[in-house]
Design a protein around this ligand. Sequence first.
Ligand code: DLL
Length: 436
Amino acid sequence: MDIRFWNQEIETLAQKDLRQLQLTRLRELIGYAMKTPFYHKRLKKAGISSPEDIQDLEDLQKIPFTVKDDLRQAFPKGLLAVDMEQVVRIHSSSGTTGIPTVIYYTAKDLDRWTDLLARGIVATGAGPADVFQNMMSYGLFTGGLGLHYGAERVGLTVIPVGGGNTQRQLQLMRDFKTSVLHITPSYLLHIHQRMPEFRISPADLNLKKAWMGAEPHSENTRLKLQELYGIDIYNSYGLSEMNGPGVAFECAYKKDLHVWEDGYIIEIIDPATGKVLPEGQEGEVVFTNLIRHAMPLLRYRTRDLAFLHPEPCPCGRTGRRMSRITGRTDDMMIINGVNVFPSQIEEILMSIPEVGNNYQIHLTRKEGLDRLAVKVEIYSKLFTGDLSQLDALKAKINDKLRASITINSRIELHEPGALPAFEGKAKRVVDERDKL
Ligand code: DLL
């Protein structure tokens, strides 16, 4: 096994020293948090008015949770802890629920984040000899720029192509002998399906590994993709609120993801009671970001479900490992990498006068890509036999939805009463993506 480190000292720090470092950083973070209007009020209310009120890591429990909605309420600057002059970049979540959420970074914040990505890259055995094709989108999404800077720091040759345009991606892989990819599982599946069209097979390429993330996927999906391409695939996890990718990364052993615990405090809580669960038990993942000062986030509830492995990893890293994401506590769907809530779709549908009051969201996967179909009941007076009128209505619904959720859907129109009706809790989302 090829075990390499980017920063061996910190990656193998004894648990005791790691906890001490977390405490020091947490106290520093509280100082920054107190400068934001949002936490100033919230922490005061919880009886915390200075870093001295945090004596040990147990005191973290005194701090209330932060949720996504807090970020929206605090938009645009309620969580900003530094002057705008110190902010060098913003990112935004791919979620498109009404009020956006924004993340601010100082130059130092970016530097610390980049270092965590460098660790993940090296942990998977990649290095300066690799040619890295970054197929995550660049822009407000953190996936593109995050890994880009991490890879440059380690010294890989970066091809900053971003997502989409399969033919060009394959061309680049062939021309530059790309050895490492950063990609979502759905896109990696899709590319394989399209290879015959361009008369390319994985054997014609120089691919060795891929970092895969931004979307949930099963171990079976990983195994299948590894076999199809003949490469090693490593899971990479992160979220914009915690800077982006690089919160947790798999090492050469591929036995779930090391959390960089000097950068993040991870807690697993019971989503119903908010109580911290014993190690090994599955629950909602909560993170405190110890390395971003421009916009501190304390005890942020991710709504992702996972558990922590109590036993150490043979690679020697002391950062505990979290399982792959096993589900979500909310109904957020991730459709080709875009975070979409059913409520967004409902809001749009219900703003269209021709739409009745029943609808269904149908998710399938074809050629490796997620497909969204929205079935809606419309008023029977519209079924006059005039098909062009119905086509115009479909186009209108799709346009309105696309403006909100940024993706295309196939619209099906139904007569009133045609879709399943619910007496209790409605089940509006039918997700058949796992039926490959
Ligand atoms: O998806 C950051 C990222 C980019 C991670 C590239 C990895 C690679 P958001 O758009 O804020 O950020 O979405 C975060 O995506 O809460 C999870 O629900 C899901 N997610 C991210 N990585 C994984 C993964 C980026 N490896 C949300 N497995 C998170 C399962 C993932 N789900």
